[in-house]
Design a protein around this ligand. Structure first.
Ligand SMILES: Cc1cc2nc3c(=O)[nH]c(=O)nc-3n(C[C@H](O)[C@H](O)[C@H](O)COP(=O)(O)OP(=O)(O)OC[C@H]3O[C@@H](n4cnc5c(N)ncnc54)[C@H](O)[C@@H]3O)c2cc1C
Ligand SMILES: NC(=O)c1ccc[n+]([C@@H]2O[C@H](COP(=O)([O-])OP(=O)(O)OC[C@H]3O[C@@H](n4cnc5c(N)ncnc54)[C@H](OP(=O)(O)O)[C@@H]3O)[C@@H](O)[C@H]2O)c1
Ligand SMILES: *[C@@H]1O[C@H](CO)[C@@H](O)[C@H](O)[C@H]1NC(C)=O
Ligand SMILES: *[C@@H]1O[C@H](CO)[C@@H](O)[C@H](O)[C@H]1NC(C)=O
Length: 444
C-alpha cells in the first residue's frame, strides 16, 4: 500500500451521503487531499431539495428528487441527525422536509464542504486504471461534463471514488400483465407532489412501503377513495378514513379493469405505483463488474466495496436503515480502509465473507430483493464497522429510540409523527404523545 503524497478522493453526489463523506475526508488533511465532490444540480441536499415540477429541469435533465410538498420525516430528529451535528433544539421531533434541507445546508457550511463541490457537473464515467505506486496498485479516471454537452468532458485521476448518487430517483414499475390496457392515470410516487389533484377520485395505491402508507394518508385527508394494494400481511393498525386494503394487483384485463390476486376487481381513476426504486450506476465502467439484480447490488464487501476494486465505495445501498448515522459510520470506515487502520483482507477472503453473509440471509428465508434490507441488523453492522475501523460507535440510545419509533409507527401510523422525544443520557430517553402524555418505552 505504498504511495506518495496525500490520497485524492472523488465523491459523486452532494446529498446527505456525499456531504458526510466529504466532511470526514476534510477532517484528516494529513492523509487526504481535499476531496472533489461532483454534484449534478445547483444545490446540496439531493432528495431533500423539493422540486414542484415533475419530469425534467429547464435544462432537460431529469428531476432526481422524489420529495413531496407536505412530507415530514418518519424518523425523530434525535436519531435522524448525524451524531456530530444535532438538529436545532426549537424543532419538534418530526420535521418538515424544508427543515432537513436547511439542516444539510448548515452541515455543509459548518464543516466547510461547500468550497469543494463542483456544482452542475455530471459524472459520466468512472474507470479503473492500473497505476504503479497507486493505492493497491491502481487509480480511477473520473470523466465529467456539464450533463448536457458531453463533448465538453474532462477527466481527472483519483486514488479512490465514493459513489453517493442516491437510489430513490429511478422508479421501479413491476411487470404487470396487460398494464398498457389501463385507461386511467398511471403514475409513480416519484412524480407525486400533493394530494389536491386527487380530490374526489378513486385511487389504487400499489405497495405499502413508507411511500404507499404516507401517500394513502394524504389522499384520505382530501376524501379520495383509496385501495391500498399490497403483498404483506393485512395491516392491523387503524387505517386512514376511506382507505381499504387489497392483495396486490396481478393483471389488467382487456377492458382496463385491475384484478387483484384474490380475483376481486377495481376500476380506479388513478393507479399509483408506490413500488420503490431501481438502483442505477450508469457511470461505472463495466470492467468493475458491479451487478444489480432484483434490488440487490453485488458483490460488495461489508455492503460497500467490490472485492476486486476495494478503492471504490458504494455508499448507502442498505435499505430499511437510519440513513444519516449509517453514512456517518460508513464514511469513517472508508477512511480507515484507505489509511490502512483497517487491514483489508485478501480479495478471496472478502469474496468468501460476502458468500457467507448472503447464504446465511437466504437460509433465513430472505428473498433476493430483501437482502439489502438490513433493518434491525444495522446496529450490529454499525458497531462492527466502528470496531474494525477503530472509531467511536453511535451513542447507545440511538438503537432503542429508533427501534421504538418503528413500534409506535406500526401501532399508530396516523399519529406517531406528533410525538416528541427527549434524550436524557447516553442510554436513556423519554417520549410524549401529541397530547403531552408520557408513553411507556415499548421495547424491553
Ligand atoms: C420520499 C422520501 C422520503 C424520505 N424520508 C426520509 C426521512 O424521513 N428520514 C430519513 O432519514 N431519510 C429519508 N429518506 C431517505 C433519503 O433518501 C436519505 O435521507 C438521504 O437523503 C439519502 O442521501 P443520498 O446522499 O444517499 O442520496 P440523494 O439525496 O439522492 O443525493 C444524491 C446526489 O447525487 C447527485 N448525483 C446523482 N447522480 C450524479 C452524477 N452522475 N453526477 C453527479 N451527481 C450526481 C444528485 O443530484 C443528488 O444531489 C427519504 C427518501 C425519500 C425518497
Ligand atoms: N418521511 C416519510 O414519511 C417517508 C415517506 C415516503 C418514503 N420515505 C422513504 O423513502 C424511501 C423509499 O420508500 P418507498 O416506499 O418509496 O420504497 P420501498 O421502501 O422500496 O417500498 C416499496 C414497496 O412496494 C412493494 N412492491 C413492489 N412491487 C410490488 C408489487 N408488484 N405488488 C405489491 N407491492 C409491491 C414492496 O414490497 P416488497 O418489499 O415485498 O417487494 C415495498 O413494500 C424509504 O427510505 C422510505 O423510508 C419516507
Ligand atoms: C428497473 O426497473 C424496471 C421496471 O420498472 C425493470 O424492468 C428493469 O429491469 C430494472 N432495471 C434494473 C437494472 O434492475
Ligand atoms: C413538540 O416539541 C415542539 C418543539 O419544542 C413543540 O412546539 C410542540 O408543541 C411539542 N409537541 C408536543 C405534543 O409536546
Amino acid at each position: 500500500m505504498s504511495r506518495l503524497g496525500k490520497l485524492r478522493v472523488a465523491v459523486i453526489g452532494a446529498g446527505a451521503a456525499g456531504l458526510c463523506a466529504a466532511r470526514h475526508l476534510l477532517s484528516r488533511p494529513e492523509t487526504f487531499a481535499a476531496p472533489v465532490v461532483y454534484e449534478l444540480t445547483k444545490h446540496v441536499g439531493g432528495t431533500w431539495v423539493y422540486e414542484e415540477k415533475v419530469g425534467c429541469y429547464d435544462n432537460g435533465l431529469p428531476i432526481q428528487s422524489s420529495m413531496y410538498r407536505d412530507l415530514r420525516t418518519n424518523i425523530p430528529k434525535e436519531v435522524m441527525s448525524f451524531p456530530d451535528f444535532p438538529f436545532e433544539e426549537r424543532l419538534p421531533s418530526f420535521v418538515h422536509h424544508t427543515e432537513v434541507r436547511k439542516y444539510l445546508d448548515n452541515y455543509c457550511n459548518h464543516f466547510g464542504v461547500r468550497d469543494h463541490i463542483k456544482f452542475e457537473t455530471m459524472v459520466d464515467h468512472v474507470k479503473p486504471v492500473k497505476m504503479k505506486g497507486g493505492w493497491n496498485g491502481m487509480a480511477w479516471d473520473v470523466t465529467t461534463s456539464d450533463g448536457i454537452d458531453h463533448s465538453k468532458a474532462t477527466t481527472d485521476r483519483f486514488d479512490a471514488v465514493l459513489v453517493c448518487n442516491g437510489h430513490f430517483f429511478d422508479p421501479y414499475i413491476p411487470a404487470i400483465s396487460g398494464l398498457g390496457k389501463f385507461t386511467g392515470t398511471l403514475m409513480h410516487s416519484h412524480d407525486y407532489r400533493s394530494a389536491e389533484p386527487f380530490t374526489g377520485k378513486s385511487v389504487v395505491v400499489l405497495g405499502a412501503g413508507l411511500s404507499g402508507l404516507d401517500i394513502a394518508m394524504e389522499l384520505s385527508n382530501i376524501n379520495a377513495q383509496v385501495i391500498l394494494s399490497h403483498g404483506q400481511r393485512p395491516l392491523a393498525c387503524p387505517l386512514p378514513r376511506g382507505v381499504q386494503q387489497a392483495p396486490p394487483v396481478t393483471k389488467v384485463l382487456d377492458d382496463g379493469t385491475l384484478e387483484f390476486r384474490d380475483g376481486t376487481k377495481a376500476n380506479p381513476d388513478v393507479f399509483l405505483f408506490c413500488t420503490g426504486y431501481n438502483f442505477t450506476f450508469p457511470f461505472l465502467d463495466k470492467q468493475v463488474g458491479l451487478k444489480v439484480r432484483d434490488h440487490l447490488v453485488f458483490p460488495l464487501y461489508k455492503f460497500l466495496m467490490p472485492p476486486a476494486y476495494p478503492s471504490l465505495f458504494i455508499v448507502g445501498v442498505c435499505r430499511a436503515i437510519c440513513p444519516f448515522p449509517h453514512f456517518h459510520i460508513q464514511s469513517q470506515f472508508i477512511l480507515s480502509v484507505l489509511d490502512g487502520t483497517f487491514a483489508l483482507p485478501s480479495r478471496e477472503e472478502m469474496e468468501k465473507d460476502i458468500e457467507r453473509d448472503t447464504a446465511s440471509r437466504r437460509a433465513q428465508g430472505v428473498a433476493t430483493r430483501h437482502i439489502l434490507k438490513i433493518d434491525s441488523e444495522q446496529w450490529a453492522y454499525n458497531d462492527e464497522l466502528a470496531r474494525l475501523g477503530g472509531f467511536q460507535p453511535l451513542p447507545r440510545y440511538w438503537h432503542s429510540l429508533y427501534e421504538s419509533n418503528k413500534v409506535f409507527r406500526a401501532r399508530d401510523m396516523l399519529n406517531y409523527k406528533n410525538y416528541n422525544y427527549t434524550v436524557l443520557s447516553e442510554t436513556d430517553w423519554k417520549v410524549q404523545d401529541g397530547q403531552g402524555q408520557m408513553l411507556q418505552n415499548p421495547l424491553p
